[in-house]
Design a protein around this ligand. Structure first.
Ligand code: COA
Length: 213
């Protein structure tokens, strides 16, 4: 199986019938891992599809393959790409990475100024986020929107989170900050330009020296 065997698209009304299967798989996978998740109902997932805030993947034979959706917090200042799930029969093929790339692109288009963040215990997601430019941060850097943290109530580790005053828990927090990324990019460009002008000056000096001798 190769990644070309999958079709990844922005989910819409035609996909709402998959919401139940997606939620069942999310719950099953969380049970198997023995970790917690912010549980979502099929209605919630279907609504994300109707709003154009989700990405769904299918194998070329039509089998549902994966899913992920966008959530916004703090009046759109923060975005999370949540509920990443890959059908167990299609795991370890690079599909989660491809789905995350798609939902990240969709998030950047819809909310270009928002900080994009994630909370995860999974190594696969940490790797994928890191490749997308996310960096590990403390929980204080995340949205402080009460509605976001309320989502942790259905997690098995909620007591731990609260006992630590919501400062940390079992999940690693990762953040993509577009303002910081822009600054990093400008710094890099400044260095490249500086190097180029330096090179130009050296070349000019050599040229002048040759012309004079
Ligand atoms: C986590 C999950 C989405 C990964 O899906 P996947 O399609 O198998 O992942 P990919 O094939 O795209 O792998 C991405 C990277 O993670 C690594 N990886 C995948 N599964 C892994 C695992 N169980 N443990 C450690 N690394 C893993 C891959 O080797 C790859 O790394 P690389 O880029 O260095 O090669 C999938 O296992 C799943 O649906 N799990 C249950 C739900 C879940 O945990 N969701 C995340 C909630 S935060």
């Amino acid at each position: 199986m190769v990644i070309k065997d999958f079709d990844i698209q922005v989910a819409s009304a035609q996909h709402v019938d998959y919401a139940q299967q997606i939620c069942d798989e999310m719950a099953e996978s969380a049970k198997a891992r023995g970790t917690g998740i912010a549980q979502r109902s099929p209605e919630y997932v279907a609504n994300k599809m109707l709003e154009g805030k989700a990405v769904i993947a299918f194998h070329k034979d039509g089998t549902w393959a994966g899913f992920c959706y966008i959530e916004t917090w703090s009046h759109g200042d923060f975005v999370a790409n949540s509920g990443l799930i890959v059908n167990p029969i299609f795991r370890k093929e690079g599909l989660a990475k491809a789905i995350k790339e798609n939902i990240f692109k969709l998030s950047r288009t819809k909310y270009p100024n928002a900080k994009i963040f994630g909370l995860t215990t999974g190594l696969a997601v940490m790797k994928i986020n890191s490749d997308l430019g996310y960096e590990p941060v403390t929980y204080s850097e995340l949205t402080q929107d009460e509605d976001f943290w309320a989502g942790c109530k259905s997690c098995v580790n909620y007591d731990i989170l609260m006992s630590k005053g919501r400062k940390n828990c079992m999940c690693t927090a990762m953040l993509f900050d577009p303002t910081e990324k822009q600054k990093e990019y400008e710094e890099k460009m400044k260095k490249i330009t500086h190097k180029a002008t330096l090179l130009e000056r050296i070349e000019n000096a050599i040229f002048k020296h040759k012309a004079e001798s």
